[in-house]
Design a protein around this ligand. Structure first.
Ligand code: NI
Length: 223
């Protein structure tokens, strides 16, 4: 399932982008996997850049306070966000993300991939994230401050940028619930319970459904 979540105002995205652009960028080939090293042409901030680290930590903390993000991702561990920059001619051909990613704090299994778009849409052309979904390819190009979450098992690509500059934060998450189908069901159940409780808070059926939600999490979550 592909899920779009607004996480920053456009002003906050602009402030973040301004700080990122002052840093020294390196070739994105540094962190590409075996399959993707030939397909990847962009720049990113080094993992040890202190400003990137600080801004990435702030983003992860902010996401944890957004109910729709928590409900959709059921995050257990989030990889420190990587800030990427695509200029005209840059692209990232079709690939699947590595199943395990290592960082200074340990390793995660990548269940979900995320891209937070940081550049206003009128400031660049191209650069869409192309994701192979169950229902066919989806082209995702979102306003600055909006994030897309998608299963890390999907084949995906970043189409060439043809004008301007596309800045984004990308990351990967290990979810409490590994399976995308189970996670999607939990999200749909959660949304149905939220809408039902708006009309009938405290009704026995709402309490029962909430119990079912938590009992499914108990069955499916790994800690
Ligand atoms: Ni990727």
């Amino acid at each position: 399932m592909l899920i779009e979540i607004p996480v920053l105002t456009q002003q906050a995205a602009a402030a973040l982008r301004a700080r990122l652009l002052e840093r020294d960028w390196e070739s994105g080939a540094v962190t590409a996997g075996h399959q993707s090293v030939h397909a990847k042409r962009n720049h990113q901030l080094p993992a040890d850049d202190p400003v990137a680290g600080e801004l990435g930590e702030a983003l992860v903390a902010a996401w944890g306070r957004i109910p729709s993000f928590v409900a959709a991702a059921l995050p257990r561990r989030v990889f420190p966000p990587v800030f990427s920059r695509y200029r005209p001619g840059d692209r990232f051909g079709s690939h699947v993300d590595n199943a395990i990613r290592h960082f200074h704090g340990g390793s995660i299994r990548t269940d979900l991939s995320a891209t937070l778009f940081l550049t206003p849409l009128d400031q660049y052309d191209g650069g869409a994230l192309l994701i192979e979904d169950r229902f066919g390819p989806r082209r995702v190009r979102l306003e600055a401050g909006t994030m897309v979450l998608y299963p890390s098992s999907s084949v995906h690509a970043v189409e060439p940028v043809t004008r301007g500059e596309r800045i984004a934060a990308v990351t990967w998450m290990q979810s409490l619930v590994r399976d995308d189908g189970q996670r999607s069901l939990l999200l749909e159940l959660d949304q149905a319970i939220q809408s039902l409780s708006a009309q009938a808070a405290g009704a026995p059926a709402v309490i029962a459904l909430t119990g079912i939600y938590h009992n499914l999490v108990r069955r499916w979550a790994d800690l």
